[in-house]
Design a protein around this ligand. Structure first.
Ligand SMILES: Cc1cc2nc3c(=O)[nH]c(=O)nc-3n(C[C@H](O)[C@H](O)[C@H](O)COP(=O)(O)O)c2cc1C
Ligand SMILES: CCCCCCC(=O)C(=O)O
Length: 380
């Protein structure tokens, strides 16, 4: 199985199966895990099956457009790369591979604060034509955060994605059992120039961790658990870049984010890695779309594994969706070209799903295209 070629991996689940059979234990556990009993981890994927597609026929679908804009910037498809930390665990070049693949595919790249390559080197790999956003964790040290924001602006990122669901790190049992931490040869590269403790992954602790992972120790020492809506406003004031608030589950919080100056909403439960038993991401989307009522773009991540998942999210009101783990599986398999293949598969599957549904434009997918299984039954 370890030797499977890209051509044998024809869907995103094939990449996941390859990763499960092949990756070193600690890396696989860190990438794969959800919080606690992983109920939401399963629900994020399964919930898409509760939304059924109701295709229209004979709609002249030969010409289709997947292209869209995100905060005014053009992309080839409404599918982007979600921020995921520590990509050099997956390939030698880590985030640089992902950045090149995203630029080649013409999709939006989101870079994590906890990258293992510097944000400047990732920007260079993504190139002048790549659309890139920077995901921000706010550190207790606000001056450090401010310096990071100005480096992000300098390096040509087009938005700040403020993650708001991580005041404290979620509990992932496997990482705690493994005493997982960033291996000594890798660094939290965005902090290397700062010369402080932020660049160290608190050392892979090889089990001597008092029952918590090194990441939990790192985040509890350095991330600011007192973040509030006032800080969203603060961020919009210290930066020229639009702020996207990532980690919204409830409609009231979407409203507060917009009231605090956010330019867009990113619906997410952090890939089910924070609070277990929250609803599947796709199921939280309709109420948020209704609360936002067209005032801002809404993005979604969590459990997207097929083109039909993407189409359902678009029909329910998302402007675009983002892929987390599937990109890591592609990166682990074959670096840049593995990520490229994952993105290409997702884009092709969306195109096919659109054609077979009678949809020709990803920007204007009809809401009537999806119906919840419960409502379907009551109609029969
Ligand atoms: C290994 C891993 C690392 C992640 N690191 C970050 C991060 O640094 N910042 C962040 O905002 N979200 C992070 N996330 C969450 C993703 O951005 C995204 O919300 C989630 O993975 C989407 O779900 P999916 O993996 O089912 O596609 C991470 C997720 C994973 C799996
Ligand atoms: C070093 C501690 C924070 C790692 C952040 C990565 C992340 O968000 C995740 O879900 O894992």
């Amino acid at each position: 199985k370890a030797n499977q070629s890209q051509q044998q991996l024809v869907c995103l689940d094939d990449f996941e199966r390859w990763a499960l059979a092949t990756l070193p234990r600690k890396t696989l556990d860190y990438y794969r895990s959800g919080a606690n009993c992983e109920r939401t981890l399963r629900d994020n994927v399964d919930a898409f099956q509760d939304w059924l597609l109701m295709p229209r026929m004979l709609g002249s679908v030969a010409n289709r457009s997947l292209a869209t804009t995100l905060l005014g910037q053009p992309v080839v498809a409404p599918i982007g790369v979600a921020p995921t930390a520590m990509q050099r665990l997956a390939s030698d070049r880590g985030e640089l591979d992902t950045a090149e693949a995203a630029a080649e595919a013409g999709v939006c790249l989101t870079v994590s604060t906890i990258a293992t390559c510097s944000l400047e080197s990732i920007a260079q790999a993504n190139g002048p034509s790549g659309l890139r956003w920077f995901q921000l964790y706010v550190y207790k040290d606000r001056e450090l955060t401010k310096r990071m924001v100005s480096r992000v602006e300098q390096a040509g990122y087009k938005a700040l994605v403020l993650t708001v669901d991580t005041p404290i790190f979620g509990q992932r049992y496997a990482d705690a059992r493994n005493g997982f931490g960033l291996p000594g040869h890798l660094k939290m590269a965005n902090f290397e120039a700062e010369g402080g403790k932020e660049a160290e992954g608190m050392g892979g602790s090889d089990g001597l961790s008092g029952g918590v992972s090194a990441l939990t120790r790192y985040s509890s020492q350095l991330f600011d658990p007192n973040l509030s809506w006032a800080d969203v406003k603060w961020l919009t004031e210290i930066s020229k870049l639009p702020v996207i608030v990532k980690g919204i589950v409830r409609p009231e919080d979407a409203q507060l984010a917009l009231d605090s100056g956010a330019s867009a909403i990113w619906v997410s439960n952090h890939g089910a890695r924070q609070l277990d038993t929250v609803p599947a991401s796709i199921n939280t989307l309709p109420a948020i779309v209704s609360a936002v009522s067209g005032r801002a773009e809404i993005y979604l991540d969590g459990g997207i594994r097929t083109g039909t998942d993407v189409l359902k999210a678009l029909a329910l009101g998302a402007r675009a969706v983002f892929l987390g783990r599937p990109v890591l599986w592609g990166l682990s398999h074959s670096g840049r070209s593995g990520v490229r293949r994952v993105l290409d598969i997702a884009i092709k599957e969306l195109d096919l799903a659109m054609a077979l549904s009678g949809e020709t434009c990803a920007r204007t997918v009809r809401p009537e295209l999806v119906v919840h299984r419960r409502r379907m039954k009551s109609k029969l």
